[in-house]
Design a protein around this ligand. Structure first.
Ligand code: PMP
Length: 429
């Protein structure tokens, strides 16, 4: 990957070091959370040992150093995702938190909070929030809350029998009342990759009053992105899926929008002037970063971005596409195993979810676990999608930079034994 052998890359990750070159546990659950390289752990430790001090508060040299590292990390992240300005990067706890910041800000604006500046976000009863049926609950439940508070209605973009959707499905539901369009760039269940720039162009043409909110949780960690180039209004992603720490995520927003969006959480460090009964908020990003920030996590996330840059996001995407292709081609030959999402020969991100006929995903997961393969089973926080697929649960294998072709083969091979183990036919379906 990026000119390095995966075996060599694995040495960067302490989680894989203990097992040396012996056949280690296959960690195929990076879409849930990724392992972290020493560069990330060391960066956090170095900050904690040498530069730990409050940020943005006080006049000491120590505070100055800590604040510089914190703000340099923001610039690193801005560059990584193609934001024009580092002010467009707001620290959040994770993607869920970032999506809630947008949704709750819109709900507040709809209640008159934020004054004239925020009026552009205000929704009226009957306004439409368009979401695909494939969304993760993190990109669904916050919008349900907005609908409950404002009288806006949720409008689904329908998925096909494999859980996929495209521009035509979106076009079918856009209109003058569409105010929000939210979707994932890469699905955490199907692995479907959508063409964000084309979809944004479609929204601008058919629904000129709509804001586009991108769930970039499964794209930023795995492939090159360009938020400004895409033209999205907001985007969200999590550090822990991109080789970075837990407890840190990012809300990206166009600067003019962030400066007007009411902050969902208020408190210290967000204001210019406070009187006993009113407050004026700073511009973005500070208006959203209330309270003491997760500084060492921010430093660790910047180190993750440097590590990923060293690999090269194009090379990483190609490595993961090869993993997915290997799994899809292998699974396609197994009787009684259904692949959800793009089928053999179609592009997908580095994850593959399957349903084994006659065996519950939890039993599949247990069987794989007994064979030393870690996967995710269940509804993957996407119950409406599973319902649309006629399933209650699936089994997902997902990759990152350290995943080997041998692990892909091992997954396919053990999966091929599952139905036989449970007394079901293994002959041709
Ligand atoms: N959206 C997608 C597509 C995801 O895969 C996830 C994580 N499974 C989330 C949102 C939520 O991320 P987090 O739990 O880190 O907030």
């Amino acid at each position: 990957v990026g000119g390095r052998a995966v075996r060599d890359i694995r040495r960067d990750f302490p989680a894989f070091a203990a097992s040396g070159d012996a056949r280690p546990t296959a960690y195929l659950d990076s879409a849930a959370t990724s392992q972290r390289p020493s560069a990330v752990l060391d960066a956090e430790r170095d900050y904690l040992e040498h530069d730990l001090a409050a940020v943005h508060r006080g006049a000491s040299a120590a505070t100055g150093r800590s604040t510089s590292r914190f703000e340099e990390a923001r610039a690193d992240l801005a560059r990584f995702v193609g934001a024009a300005d580092e002010r467009e990067i707001v620290w959040a706890q994770n993607a869920t938190d970032a999506l809630n910041m947008v949704a709750l800000g819109i709900a507040d604006a709809s209640a008159g909070i934020g004054g004239a500046d925020a009026a552009r976000f205000a929704l009226q009863p009957g306004d439409e929030i368009v979401l695909t049926e494939a969304e993760h609950h993190a990109n669904l439940l916050p919008w349900q809350r907005v609908a409950q508070r404002t009288g806006a209605v949720l409008v689904p973009v329908k998925v096909d029998v494999n859980g996929c959707w495209g521009a035509d499905d979106l076009a079918a539901v856009l209109g003058p009342r569409t105010r929000v369009v939210a979707f994932a760039e890469v699905s955490n269940v199907t692995g479907l990759i959508v063409r964000v720039a084309d979809l944004v162009a479609l929204v601008r043409e058919r629904a000129p009053r709509a804001m586009v909110v991108l769930d970039a949780c499964q794209s930023v960690p795995h492939r090159p992105v360009d938020f400004d180039g895409y033209g999205v209004d907001f985007a969200a992603f999590s550090g822990h899926k991109m080789l970075g720490p837990n407890g840190i995520g990012v809300l990206y927003g166009r600067a003019d929008l962030l400066d007007a969006l009411p902050p969902a959480r208020t408190g210290g460090s967000t204001i210019t002037r406070v009187s006993f009964d009113s407050a004026e908020f700073l511009p973005a990003p500070q208006r959203f970063e209330s309270g003491t920030q997760p500084v060492s996590q921010v430093i660790g996330l910047a180190a993750a971005v440097r590590y990923l840059d060293g690999i090269g996001m194009g090379a990483l995407a190609a490595h993961e596409a090869a993993f997915a292709e290997r799994v899809v081609d292998g699974v396609a030959a197994l009787p009684g195993v259904r692949i959800v999402g793009p089928q053999a020969g179609e592009a997908r991100g580095g994850l593959v979810s399957v349903a084994v006929e006659g065996v519950h995903a939890h039993d599949v997961g247990q069987f794989l676990d007994d064979a030393g393969i870690v996967v995710r089973v269940g509804h993957h926080c996407a119950q409406p999608l599973h319902r649309a697929l006629g399933l209650t649960a699936t089994t997902r294998a997902s990759a990152h930079v350290y995943t080997t072709a041998e692990e892909a083969d091992r997954f396919v091979s053990v999966l091929g034994e599952v139905r036989g183990f449970f007394g079901l036919g293994t002959g041709a379906a």
